[in-house]
Design a binder for this molecule. Structure first.
Ligand SMILES: [Zn+2]
Length: 98
């Protein structure tokens, strides 16, 4: 599976979980109280960190969710088809993987 497809799979799963959290907020609020907002915030923060840390370009380790290297680059919730740093195409599956 290519990095682009993996990243889209991650986006679809995280959006589904986010929708479930949003619609389950009254229930979550009843169970955890004000602590539920902390859980919600930590989930959003963790999701962004996972997107940057675990999805990397095979050539330059830049996340497909980032526009370029460096702290002040553009971030996107959708993955890029080509790498913003080295131009590697993420839609092609890696030859090392079956
Ligand atoms: Zn790259």
């Amino acid at each position: 599976m290519s990095l682009y497809k993996k990243a889209w799979l991650f986006v679809s799963v995280s959006v589904t979980v986010l929708a479930a959290l949003l619609f389950g907020m009254p229930l979550l609020d009843r169970v955890l109280g004000t602590f539920s907002f902390l859980v919600f915030g930590l989930y959003i923060l963790g999701q962004g960190l996972v997107a940057i840390a675990f999805f990397n370009c095979p050539q330059c380790d830049l996340s497909p969710f980032m526009g370029s290297k460096g702290l002040f680059s553009s971030y996107s919730i959708f993955p890029r088809k080509t790498c913003g740093h080295c131009g590697h195409g993420h839609t092609h599956s890696d030859l090392s993987e079956p």
